[in-house]
Design a protein around this ligand. Structure first.
Ligand SMILES: CC(C)(COP(=O)(O)OP(=O)(O)OC[C@H]1O[C@@H](n2cnc3c(N)ncnc32)[C@H](O)[C@@H]1OP(=O)(O)O)[C@@H](O)C(=O)NCCC(=O)NCCS
Length: 192
């Protein structure tokens, strides 16, 4: 299997429709109401350097893109999809790592967050340094929460005044915060 994980380029726009179809089919299969993505939206992400694409033997393997909120104070890595033909080969792990690094490079001051019910995504996020948080820590931008309107559980979110729902919220520190967290322990090394 020849796998390429790339920052999407204009030549990859030919895959936009296939990506949207994969997202829609997977949402149906999972019984979730994930917001439908239009090919134009996916193309715009590709043309602005805000997307990661995985190609397997030249076919579409997977995809994810960056969204920004509150003037780039927050970043979400959204629309993660892996082609069912290539699942369980570590593609999601590689795509998530690439989109995470791209987010931190493009928006070093932004915290990175996501909401999910997916076990694989929770595992991968934890390994990347995300921690579970309450919804109060996330962007309060109405445009972000509008994405939940097509979810069958939206009434639960509304009933709880956007404070909680069935998704787990996870957040990673910004690149700037992460650098500050690195503590130099070299003074504490005791040589025997
Ligand atoms: C979720 C999804 C992206 C995972 O893609 P993938 O390429 O198969 O995932 P990976 O192979 O990188 O696996 C990552 C981890 O999750 C685990 N995993 C993957 N699929 C799993 C499943 N169905 N059930 C349990 N664990 C699973 C893997 O074992 C791996 O864990 P490990 O490294 O500790 O062994 C893919 O199934 C998909 O596209 N699903 C539909 C869309 C979706 O759910 N998107 C997320 C929305 S938040």
């Amino acid at each position: 299997m020849q796998i390429k994980i790339l920052v999407a380029q204009p030549e990859h726009t030919v895959f936009a429709q296939a990506i949207c179809d994969l997202i829609e089919e997977s949402a149906k299969a999972r019984g979730t109401g994930i917001a439908k993505r239009k090919p134009e939206y996916v193309i715009e992400k590709m043309l602005t350097g805000k997307a990661i694409i995985a190609l397997v033997n030249g076919e579409i393997g997977g995809f994810s893109y960056i969204e920004t909120w509150e003037h780039s104070k927050y970043v979400a890595n959204s629309g993660l999809i892996v082609n069912p033909a290539f699942r369980r080969h570590g593609l999601a792990r590689r795509i998530k790592a690439a989109i995470f690094n791209l987010s931190r490079t493009k928006y070093p001051e932004a915290r990175i967050f996501g909401i999910t019910t997916s076990l694989p995504v929770m595992k991968i996020n934890s390994d990347l340094g995300y921690r579970p948080v309450t919804f109060s820590e996330l962007t309060q931008d109405d445009a972000f929460w509008a994405g939940c309107k097509t979810c069958p559980n939206h009434d639960i979110l509304e009933r709880n005044h956007r404070r909680m729902c069935l998704c787990t919220a996870m957040m990673a520190p910004s690149a700037v915060e992460a650098r500050k967290m690195v503590v130099d322990l070299s003074d504490m090394i005791v040589e025997g």
